[in-house]
Write a protein that binds this ligand. Structure first.
Ligand SMILES: Cc1cc2nc3c(=O)[nH]c(=O)nc-3n(C[C@H](O)[C@H](O)[C@H](O)COP(=O)(O)O)c2cc1C
Length: 202
């Protein structure tokens, strides 16, 4: 399967069979996330992999604002952003680039400016910046899932406090998204997309 084919074949799947997602499949999905690009290579994504039936059933209610379909998922990836490491690892990587002399001076000053803006940013701004990186990792997971014959659905509606408590997630790591994963039990038609002309700015 080509990347083009995977992109075209992906759908949000909200109905899954009982077949569990295997450890090998989960490993392949996490590997796709691990290889994702990130700003200054900071890799802020952290995953809690939920596969216990009891936990998945719990998620399919109040914690996802009443999304009952979630109960049939084989696994839920809870994607968190390690905001402190987002800053620290970015700083370390900028230092490395500076000390190794790889980058031209003007590019280095741009990176240092980017970093100092990040270091002084409000927590909410940092959360969103880290979340943008996490979204790239999850997108790679969704496409890898297609190649493995798995279905996924992004879950953007959830009760963060409830999830943090249930799974004992660190307070300092905001949850950026959940991803339901499983063996598809439906084959939806493609959902509508805007025409190319509608997404180009003249
Ligand atoms: C950021 C984001 C949040 C989403 N949140 C939800 C959600 O909470 N529940 C849900 O059923 N689908 C959710 N979706 C899936 C979208 O509804 C879906 O991607 C869109 O309708 C297009 O359909 P397709 O993915 O099949 O192409 C979300 C998608 C994204 C990217």
């Amino acid at each position: 399967m080509t990347v083009k084919e995977a992109i075209a074949a992906r759908r949000s799947i909200r109905k899954f069979t009982d077949e569990p997602v295997s450890t090998a499949q989960l490993d392949a999905l996490l590997e796709a996330a691990r290889l994702a690009p990130s700003s200054i290579n900071c890799q802020p994504w952290r995953f809690k992999v939920v596969t216990e039936r009891e936990d998945v059933a719990w998620l399919a209610g109040m914690p996802t604002k009443g999304q009952r379909w979630v109960a049939s998922a084989g696994a839920i990836l809870v994607c968190c952003a390690d905001v402190q490491r987002f800053i620290d690892d970015s700083a370390a990587n900028v230092r490395f680039l500076r000390d190794s002399g790889i980058l031209p001076a003007e590019m280095l000053s741009g990176l240092e400016e980017y970093l100092s803006r990040a270091e002084s940013a409000q927590p909410e701004v940092l959360r969103w910046a880290a979340a943008a990186n996490c979204s790239i990792a999850l997108t790679q997971v969704m496409l890898q899932a297609v190649e493995l014959g798995l279905g996924t659905c992004w879950i953007g509606m959830y009760d963060e406090a409830a999830l943090k408590e249930r799974f004992q997630l660190p307070e300092a790591m905001p949850i950026t998204a959940l991803l339901a994963v499983g063996h598809p039990a439906e084959t939806p038609e493609p959902r509508p997309r805007k025409a190319l002309a509608d997404i180009l700015i003249e």
